[in-house]
Write a protein of this length. Structure first.
Length: 245
């Protein structure tokens, strides 16, 4: 399995990428400087990708400025998390190579903006699912991935995410985490967010445990602010997989 971010290609057959998350809220230039410093620190801790997570109220030009500043500072690919097509388009123009959409492409222009920019996308399942959560989420992600392909996004630039932290009740989130192998079987890199939500629990240990289980079952992108911990988890599991091959 290969994921392409900009000109780079990542072989995910035995390794998972760590996506270091930095929140972008409205604020002063001083806050922007701190955001960039934090992004650089995460890259230094081993993040494969740095994601600027844009709060809903932040204007597109502010998000683009944050993305551009991070792109200028770090050597790893930069992602943006937003459900707004206008913000995603501005971020892609500023250098973001991945658009992480927690709404599952609810904004019609999102995929067109990604295709024009040659950017990768993450399709997430938003909100709680119904009684047959695993089947419902799998069908949703498959349909959204197909929609991305139909819009012109290359297959190797499509990621899916069950959205465990996006309003899922605890039992449902745990069931989806346990079904990571089946969701990875959809044929696209599977993302897992381990900060917040019912799976991560109250402390960093729970998040790292979720990361370890998810990666062992087939998750290939781990979104977190705890890059150092996730890096250890992913490297250890990659070493085990390599030793067994």
């Amino acid at each position: 399995m290969v994921l392409r971010l900009g000109p780079r290609a990542y072989d995910l057959s035995t390794r998972a990428l760590v996506v270091g998350v930095v929140p972008a809220g409205a604020g002063s230039p001083g806050r922007l400087a701190r955001l960039v410093d934090r992004a650089a620190a995460l890259a230094g801790q081993g993040a494969d990708v740095v994601e600027v997570a844009a709060a809903e109220a932040v204007a597109a030009d502010r998000v683009a400025a944050a993305v551009a500043a991070v792109v200028a500072r770090v050597e790893v690919p930069v992602a943006v998390r937003t459900g707004r097509a206008s913000v995603a388009a501005a971020a892609f123009a500023a250098g973001a190579g991945l658009g992480d959409d927690p709404t599952g492409f609810a904004d019609e222009g999102y995929l067109a903006a990604a295709a024009r920019a040659g950017a990768a996308v993450v399709a997430a399942h938003p909100g709680p699912a119904g009684p047959g959560a695993v089947g419902e989420v799998a069908a949703f992600l498959s349909e959204r991935a197909a929609r991305a392909g139909a819009a012109g996004v290359e297959r190797e630039r499509i990621v899916v995410d069950p959205g465990l932290e996006l309003g899922k009740p605890p039992g449902q989130a745990l069931a989806l985490l346990g079904a990571s192998g089946a969701l990875a079987g959809l044929g696209y890199p599977l993302a897992l967010s381990v900060d917040g939500g019912p799976v991560a629990g109250e402390g960093p240990g729970a998040g790292l445990a979720a990361a370890a289980l998810g990666v062992a079952l087939g998750c290939r992108l781990v979104r977190t602010a705890d890059v150092a911990g996730a890096r250890q988890v992913c490297d250890t599991l990659a070493a085990v997989a390599g030793a067994g091959s």
